[in-house]
Design a protein around this ligand. Structure first.
Ligand SMILES: Nc1ncnc2c1ncn2[C@@H]1O[C@H](COP(=O)(O)OP(=O)(O)OP(=O)(O)O)[C@@H](O)[C@H]1O
Ligand SMILES: [Mg+2]
Length: 333
């Protein structure tokens, strides 16, 4: 039985299809990543799976239970870490955990043991009695992950768990997720727009764009689906970038070319052969070559291949704080 299954799932807001027919099957024990830019539909999918939003059409199941008809049972099976930080600043770490544990009807002794065990694991044992208001962003996130696990769910669902965290805190969260996954034999579904996060953690990755899954495979499998073998990155100045891109696309061995943060990202069958030709041609157009790199294919390049554009992480980060799961509840349903 699949841990998570969706069949032709759609969600419409008026004319806008936030989800346009998503079919997915995530096996038990999988670490699954849903990778997509702002507005792709990640939070919408998560909110349906976590019973907070009704789909317009289609079906979604958690371990064989329907997310609409078996809401209460589904809620017991899943742990959820929403996109926006939701832990109450006026509570201590222990109180935060205890409220959730009571909500799931855990007896006192079991509750206490589990809470201390989890706080220890996320490195907050020492700060357990301090107010959440005094925690750093990374600590708060760790607490929210522990809170999501308090009732020993089979599936942990996280919406952009490391958004807005500094790189060090992000790595701490990654280590934690790996640890919990092994210890509790969890199935984990996370959404992210950080390529490195998906590449580091996930067994399988689905790329979602405009409410549709455009590719789904292991990270290695996704890379194999891209015809370019090498990526050449050229930072240039002194010419019109659009004109330069037009010309680059005519060079033999070049398969694709896009502009990312004023660098040309060029997919090629043979990067080493392409570089001298590209530099000579661009020089002739009057361009200065400020930097030239030959790189192995990354998940970011896979994303560009399937969506025709890069994810701009900084932009994405800014906007995500304004949109996403933090939308007023009157917008829900
Ligand atoms: N309550 C709502 N009413 C109207 N439109 C909505 C609502 N919630 C989401 N949308 C729209 O649906 C689309 C998908 O939004 P969603 O929040 O699922 O994207 P996301 O992939 O989570 O993006 P982000 O990376 O910014 O969190 C967007 O175009 C968004 O504006
Ligand atoms: Mg979102």
């Amino acid at each position: 039985m699949a841990a998570i299954e969706t069949i032709e799932l759609t969600k419409k807001y008026g004319e806008l299809a936030a989800l346009g027919g998503v079919s997915l099957s995530i096996p038990e024990g999988d670490f699954f990543g849903l990778l997509g830019p702002n507005g792709a539909g990640k939070t919408t999918l998560i909110r349906i799976l976590t019973t907070l939003l009704r789909p317009t059409n289609g079906k979604a199941g958690i371990l064989g239970l329907d997310v609409v008809k078996d809401r209460a049972k589904v809620r017991n099976l899943i742990g959820v870490v929403p996109q926006a930080m939701t832990s109450d600043l006026d509570l201590t770490g222990i109180e935060t955990m205890d409220i959730y544990a009571r909500f799931y009807g855990m007896p006192k002794k079991e509750r206490q043991e589990r809470i201390y065990e989890l706080l220890e694991m996320v490195g907050l044992r020492e700060r357990a009695k301090d107010l959440v208001a005094t925690y750093s962003g990374g600590m708060r996130r760790r607490l929210e992950i522990a809170r999501g696990l308090v009732h020993k769910p089979s599936i942990l669902i996280l919406d952009e768990p490391t958004i807005g965290l500094d790189p060090q805190s992000r790595h701490v969260v990654w280590e934690l997720l790996e640890k919990f996954r092994k210890m509790d034999k969890l199935t984990i579904l996370l959404t992210t727009h950080y390529m490195e996060e998906a590449e580091t953690l996930c067994d399988h990755v689905a790329i979602i764009d405009h409410g549709k899954i455009v590719a789904l495979d292991s990270v290695e499998g996704l890379k194999k689906q891209v015809p370019e073998k090498d990526i050449v990155e050229l930072t240039i100045s002194g010419v019109d970038l659009e004109k330069a891109i037009e010309w680059v696309k005519t060079v033999p061995t070049v398969k694709s070319c896009v502009n990312r943060d004023d660098a040309l990202i060029i997919g090629s069958d043979n990067g080493a052969q392409a570089i001298p030709v590209l530099i000579e041609g661009l020089n002739k157009m009057g361009a200065n070559i400020n930097k030239a790199l030959l790189k192995q294919l990354s998940l970011e390049d896979v994303f560009i291949h399937f969506t025709g554009r890069p994810i701009r992480e900084e932009e994405a980060k800014k906007v995500s704080f304004l949109l996403g799961a933090g939308v007023p509840s009157k917008w829900g349903k």
